[in-house]
Ligand binder design. Sequence first.
Ligand SMILES: [Zn+2]
Length: 164
Amino acid sequence: MKDSSRKQSAASPCAACKLLRRRCAQDCVFAPYFPADEPHKFASVHKVFGASNVNKMLQELPEHQRGDAVSSMVYEANARVRDPVYGCVGAISSLQQQIDLLQTQLALAQAEVVHMRMRQFSSPENASPTSSSRDTHSHHHQPSKSLFNMEMDDQDNMDDSLWS
Ligand SMILES: [Zn+2]
């Protein structure tokens, strides 16, 4: 696989060397990850990180991790080009907000399940509709209080897991 990419780079320069207008050497560090047919990948990485920094970062990594490093750098660089203010942090915080919202909804749904189970156990099966409407004012204070506590506990756990 490495041989084939080297043959390819010998025939024509990789996307990095083409953009930098330099000769693509046999051992070009960019060639395996920036093929000539995907010039936009190196263009955005070069714009955001700079070619020499990308070169340095790749040199410092073992070869089996360089592909992943290039993928994440391309992702970060594209996000920064799209959103010059927040870059990929914009995506992270938007997903974080979704997680917060969904965890709140999950906690509420779980509390509702517990609430329904408690009503099922506490109210007799043969309760008539008239007695239940009469009950609305003195409505099971003990279960609803423990439900509230449970919900708060869930939120505490949520905060812990978000920032640990
Ligand atoms: Zn090259």
